[in-house]
Design a protein. Structure first.
Length: 618
């Protein structure tokens, strides 16, 4: 895509996409930095003129005193200063991206305090000085980073806000420990420690430059390769994961790299005032509807009985009775429904090819006895399901029944507690993140557009699973993104900021992002939420067209029963974390099902426009 706002550099198979404005800004900052560096080389007790500096650069000899002042004193100090600033700036950018919070800099979330603790222990407790303090500083920062990460980890994930709050707490405790060490330590050691923490470039020579810049040369490229995944994580883990980002690995790896780079500024005492300058530079850069517990027991026991999986022969009868007692009018139990719809359940038996069910239903994506939950709390239980290939399926059910949880499990965003999800007969948990992202796309409810991003740039992020570190953009990527925007009707908004769009326009942009991902299977979690009725119908018509014209398998969670019956080919009905019925809308929708699952007394008519079931509440 070659618009006025960006430029693509290509060399054979290598490509890099840059924004013109960002490139111009960085070149301007580089020019200012160069001018400041030249000015620093000219300042000092030994006078050095610009002409003297030019003679040194061209190989002439303006005098031994001038050469000694520039090459042996000022230039090493300048390089140490630049290295410390680069380390702090890079680590600040990494942590702020990980935490999706401007407070996520190393000094705020405890890493600086951890580095200081390592230095103080080495100086005060062991009498260390000079080179002995550097590894202690690095160890303190890395141990603090590991501690913050582990403390912030919950249910196998590290939340951004939890990471920041945990880091602030750990930093406060370490600051108190540092104050205690200074008070209780020997006076001379405490003075030496304070001088070391205050930092200075005085006395720095080439022996300090090479270790610092060698470390940066190793760390910064690795961190730069991680910036694209971090940019995707700024949109939320629920979108970054399905786009092929190994969220926990990136967060943990880049946090370690950020900690190491951030502490590089402490090399040879480069802390204190220098680090504060670096930080300044970095900153610039029960069911909600009150349904009875009896119904929940009835749904669970009845559904299990319908599948014939109850370990306790009496549990099905007890669940069936509980389900009947939990409703005003009960014609049939959920176990009856499960038996009635068993003939349409494609997941009852699979052939060896992993795609065809015993009933002849083609399905690439299916589950086997899947159990999902959070923090040991089970949400979905014993879900065995085959989603028809090339069809528009809708998952229905009352609030809190596990619809969104099931959708997260289908793309491995939520690892199963038991059972498995299979794609073409292979467990998706064993697939690499990018390989899975080329097959299954997810549009979650919680997607967040970075501030100031344009429509075109946001949609372009859908190409991440098909790209690599050295091939970031191609003519094919440009064509696919343009086609995705055209298909969703947002091509004329390509240069507009997403923040300035209406709710309906924003939702179409998110659909375009998922389309640009070019996956044969699309999962959408309540895509019509927050849209008015006109935009809801517009979006569902778009999804139906994509399904019919492009043959994509679409699975959406919806709440509107009439919309589901009108647009979907296949319905999946859930209750109490289990699939209790599935099949075509015309055969599945009955007054009994509506009464048993939703507690709704209704009549079902024929829609005079679409000739699909039309549900009218009594």
């Amino acid at each position: 895509m070659s618009g006025p706002a960006r430029i693509t550099l290509r060399h054979r198979r290598w490509s890099l996409r840059l924004h013109r404005r960002a490139l111009a800004l960085n070149l301007g900052l580089l020019a200012l930095l160069t001018a400041a560096g030249i000015a620093a080389l000219l300042q000092g007790r030994i006078p050095v003129s610009p002409a003297d500096l030019w003679q040194l650069l061209t190989g002439a000899a303006p005098g031994r005193a001038v050469a000694h002042a520039v090459f042996d004193i000022r230039l090493p100090r300048l390089l140490v200063t630049l290295g410390a600033g680069a380390a702090l700036g890079a680590s600040g950018a990494v942590f702020q991206s990980i935490a999706r919070n401007p407070l996520g800099s190393p000094d705020v979330i405890g890493f600086t305090a951890g580095a200081a603790s390592g230095a103080l222990v080495q100086i005060i407790a062991f009498g260390g000085s000079g080179a002995d303090v550097v590894p202690a500083t690095m160890a303190g920062a890395l141990l603090t980073g590991a501690g913050v990460y582990l403390l912030a980890r919950k249910n196998g994930r590290v939340g951004a806000h939890r990471l920041v709050l945990t880091g602030i707490g750990v930093g406060a405790m370490l600051s108190a420990l540092n104050a205690l060490l200074l008070v209780k330590g020997d006076l001379d050691a405490a003075i030496s420690a304070n001088l070391w923490l205050a930092g200075s470039v005085e006395g720095r020579d080439w022996g300090h430059v090479w270790p610092l810049w060698t470390g940066l040369a190793l760390l910064l490229p690795a961190m730069l390769f991680g910036m694209r995944p971090l940019a995707l994580m700024a949109m939320g883990d629920d979108l970054a994961g399905p786009l092929g980002v190994a969220v926990e690995r990136v967060r943990g790896g880049d946090a370690s790299g950020g900690a190491a780079a951030g502490r590089a500024c402490h090399q040879r005492g480069g802390a204190g005032r220098l680090c504060r300058a670096g930080r300044a530079a970095a900153g610039a850069t029960a069911w909600p509807d009150g349904r009875s517990a009896a119904f929940r027991r009835g749904a669970a026991g009845g559904a299990a009985a319908g599948r014939g999986r109850s370990a306790d022969p009496g549990s099905a009868r007890r669940g069936d009775a509980a389900g009947r007692s939990g409703h005003r009018r009960s014609g049939r139990s959920l176990s009856d429904l499960a038996f009635d719809t068993a003939g349409t359940r494609g997941a009852k038996g699979m052939r060896d090819d992993g795609k065809t069910t015993a009933t002849g239903v083609q399905s690439r994506l299916r589950t086997q006895a899947l159990q999902l939950g959070y923090a040991g709390r089970q949400i979905c239980a014993d879900v065995t399901l085959a989603l028809p290939e090339g069809r528009f399926s809708v998952i229905l059910g009352p609030n809190g029944c596990g619809k969104s949880t099931l959708l997260r499990g289908l793309c491995n965003l939520l690892p199963p507690q038991a059972g498995q999800v299979l794609l073409d007969g292979q467990a998706i948990a064993r697939l690499p993140a990018r390989a899975l992202a080329r097959q299954i796309g997810l549009l979650p409810q919680s997607a967040q557009a970075p501030s100031g991003i344009s429509v075109e740039d946001l949609v372009a992020r859908g190409r991440y699973p098909h790209q690599g570190p050295f091939r970031q953009w191609s003519a094919e990527d440009a064509r696919i993104v343009a086609e995705a925007m055209a298909a969703t009707g947002v091509a004329d908004l390509a240069q507009a900021e997403v923040d300035a769009l209406s709710g309906g326009q924003r939702q179409r942009v998110w659909i375009a992002l998922v389309l640009a991902q070019q996956t044969p299977i699309l999962l959408l979690d309540e895509p019509t939420t927050f849209l008015d009725i006109a935009h809801q119908l517009e979006l569902l018509t778009l999804l139906q067209r994509l399904n019919r014209d492009q043959g994509r398998t679409i699975v959406a969670v919806l709440h509107d029963l009439n919309q589901a019956c009108r647009y979907a080919d296949h319905l999946v009905v859930m209750a109490a974390g289990r699939v209790v019925a599935e099949g075509p809308p015309a055969r599945l929708m009955t007054p009994d099902l509506l009464r048993q699952v939703f507690g709704l007394e209704a009549v079902i008519l024929d829609d005079p426009i679409s000739h699909t079931p039309l549900i009218v509440a009594r």
